[in-house]
Design a binder for this molecule. Structure first.
Ligand SMILES: CC(=O)N[C@H]1[C@@H](OP(=O)(O)OP(=O)(O)OC[C@H]2O[C@@H](n3ccc(=O)[nH]c3=O)[C@H](O)[C@@H]2O)O[C@H](CO)[C@@H](O)[C@@H]1O
Length: 350
């Protein structure tokens, strides 16, 4: 949802009206959007999840969503329709294709997701968050980078305090849902740090609801000052205060890390389609901004070594901070908004 939020912020600032079309589930995650964005719910469905009945009903739900969206778009005539992938984007993109409205997609990862793959050849432009992105031949593609929210780009290059003998913090995040593997491995790794380090350390740890209690008590029993939440609404602030971030390498997490510029230890989600999280992590590891630990090699010892490598080497940490910034694209939302405007203009002059 964050890339759509970031684009809506840039478009509103340029004076556009913005509507967000999503399904009932997506509508629950729109809290960060400006009140000026109208949220329109539409039915959609996935073939990938659910029982046999849900799968059998999926084509009908999708067709219903496309037709209802087409009726609304005939009335509203949006200047441009932008899809960010995922099945909730099918009705709006499907309707825009039927009505031949200007339309584009943005792909966050280096490999097209299933829905974006279907629409890549049916849209005017494919904007890419990662470069290069594997695309079918003949597709017009532009590298915009992954748009980050205003609260993130406002902290672009926020001053970095190198690790030392004063209050320090580590942020642990597992994508938008939290990651069990990080809740298993990170608390014991942090608890094994020297007393001298622990005395100055504060940890923010995002854990899944079902893991929260055991993670919080483990930290408390081992004398670690930690805050454990299922979702932090102030990640940009916490990230800019952190000396080190331990994270999955989902596209938006990598974008946030590179715009704010923080050293990280990344554990790509091994089951992600086409191993795209390893590709996402590469942007930061190749620049020297992150240490990657594949899930297959993730142990408490490997995590402890990685944390110590950053916290006990202030010069190295400073280099990692600079390296992260060198790949950040704080202007991605503006570039994407400019692309949307170009498409709207092109259509008017047709
Ligand atoms: C498990 C999975 O399939 N994940 C995919 C999903 O990632 P998912 O959406 O889970 O994760 P991302 O890293 O892309 O985005 C997470 C966002 O949530 C923010 N955050 C996180 C924790 C928190 O407490 N508060 C908070 O605000 C992060 O800073 C980041 O901006 O879509 C991405 C974009 O297609 C893919 O790259 C990921 O592979």
């Amino acid at each position: 949802m964050f890339p759509a939020q970031a684009l809506s912020e840039a478009l509103l600032a340029r004076g556009w009206r913005v509507k967000l079309s999503t399904d009932a589930r997506g509508a629950r995650y729109t809290g960060g959007f400006s009140h000026a964005v109208e949220v329109e719910q539409v039915s959609s469905a996935t073939f990938a999840r659910g029982g046999i009945l849900a799968k059998a009903a999926a084509p009908f739900r999708i067709a219903g969503g496309v037709l209802s969206m087409a009726a609304r778009m005939r009335r509203d005539r949006p200047d441009v329709v932008v899809g960010f992938g995922g099945y909730p984007s099918i009705p709006a993109l499907g309707a825009a294709t039927l009505l031949k409205l200007p339309r584009m997609i943005h792909e966050q990862n280096g490999i097209l997701g299933r829905v974006n793959e279907i629409f890549a050849k049916r849209v005017d432009v494919v904007a890419c968050g990662t470069w290069p992105t594997e695309l079918p031949e003949g597709v017009e593609a532009v590298h915009t980078g992954n748009p980050v929210r205003r609260a993130v780009w406002e902290r672009a290059g926020a001053g970095y305090i190198v690790p030392g003998d004063y209050p320090m913090s580590i942020l642990v995040i597992g994508g938008s849902q939290g990651a069990r593997i990080l809740s298993d491995v990170v608390p014991p790794a942090i608890a094994s740090l020297p007393m001298e380090t622990l005395r100055h350390l504060r940890v923010s740890h995002q854990a899944r609801d079902e893991d929260g209690e055991r993670v919080a008590s483990y930290y408390a029993e081992n004398g670690v000052d930690a805050e454990v939440e299922p979702f932090f609404h102030d990640i940009p602030a916490r990230m800019s205060e952190a000396q080190l971030v331990i994270s999955r390498s989902g596209a938006s997490s990598v974008a946030d890390l590179s715009v704010i510029g923080r050293p990280s230890v990344l554990i790509p989600f091994a089951a992600a389609a086409g191993d795209h999280q390893t590709a996402n992590a590469r942007q930061l590891t190749e620049a020297g901004a992150a240490i990657r630990i594949p899930e297959s090699k993730l142990t408490v010892e490997a995590m402890t070594d990685a944390i110590r490598a950053v916290l006990e080497d202030p010069d190295g940490a400073l280099q990692m901070h600079r390296a992260a910034l060198s790949v950040g694209r704080p202007e991605a939302a503006e570039e994407l908004a400019a692309l949307v405007e170009d498409l709207a203009e092109k259509d008017k002059s047709r």
